[in-house]
Design a protein around this ligand. Structure first.
Ligand code: ZN
Length: 261
């Protein structure tokens, strides 16, 4: 078999290599991880606190891209959520806001079903009776928005699993900066595919003044293990990036989703 395969292999290497010299060179030093491309979607319309978060997230992830050698691109054009554009994207971020058309939704579904990665923040996972996107609710582990605290407040978070690549640099508990915390019904923890990574500590209850959360199991960061995805409830207002611990969570999330572990 070796002899039979020899001629086709020569032909293939001649086809893929512009010169015999480059055929002997490794394209990347072994220590350099493969580059990955991140595309962030956001909006400058709607709730100012959500826009503030996106405005601060763009430079944050631009800096991370330099540190971890990935490419970072951002757009307000949700029509860029299409098969052609996503072909070269390894990780999609939704910095608040979500798809608005059937075409955008279909492109995202197809992308996720074929190995794409997603990191969604805060209102990007919002869904209610009017959403009519059952695949997305299933993607989230069945979580449907039910309510929130108001005003935005800091909260103590419990790390459910500190062995996971996304949470391994976190302490057992941390205080997250002021955020609007969401109630999900049902809790995504009830879905067997879901792994919850951080949860709102019950010690916070009651939390809120105008709108008060009085109890319940409230996961704030989770992954549906059937996909390469993470949802994070953080993303309301201009305080989100003021915690080095929470920033580390964001950093490790992007590294994990981008395949850097
Ligand atoms: Zn909000």
């Amino acid at each position: 078999m070796t002899r039979l395969l020899f001629a086709p292999l020569i032909a293939l290497s001649a086809f893929f290599s512009p010169s015999s010299a480059s055929a002997h060179q490794s394209p990347q030093p072994a220590s350099q991880p493969a580059p990955f491309h991140v595309l962030a979607f956001y909006t400058d319309q709607g709730e100012p606190d959500h826009i503030d978060f996106a405005r601060q997230a763009l430079p944050f992830f631009t800096e991370l891209a330099k540190k971890h050698s990935f490419s970072f691109e951002s757009t307000k054009r949700w029509d860029d959520l299409n098969p052609e554009k996503l072909k070269n994207i390894q990780l999609v971020l939704w910095l608040n806001d979500f798809p608005h058309t059937a075409e955008q939704r279909a492109a995202f579904e197809n992308y996720m079903k074929h190995g794409g990665a997603w990191l969604g923040f805060h209102v990007s996972a919002y869904n209610d009776d009017s959403t009519h996107w059952p695949w997305f609710v299933d993607f989230l582990g069945g979580a449907v928005f039910f309510g929130n605290n108001w005003p935005p407040l800091p909260a103590k978070l419990v790390v459910d699993d500190r062995t996971h690549a996304v949470t391994r640099h976190l302490p057992a508990t941390l205080t997250a900066p002021a955020n609007e915390w969401y109630i999900w019904k049902p809790s995504p923890r009830l879905d067997k595919r879901v792994k919850v990574l951080l949860t709102l500590d019950p010690q916070n209850y009651p939390i809120g003044l105008k709108d008060v959360i009085t109890g319940g199991d409230l996961p704030v960061v989770w992954t549906n293990t059937s996909y390469r995805m993470l949802y994070m409830n953080m993303g309301h207002g201009d305080k989100i990036f003021t915690s080095s611990e929470q920033n580390r969570l964001f950093e490790d999330a992007v590294a994990w989703l981008g395949g850097r572990k």
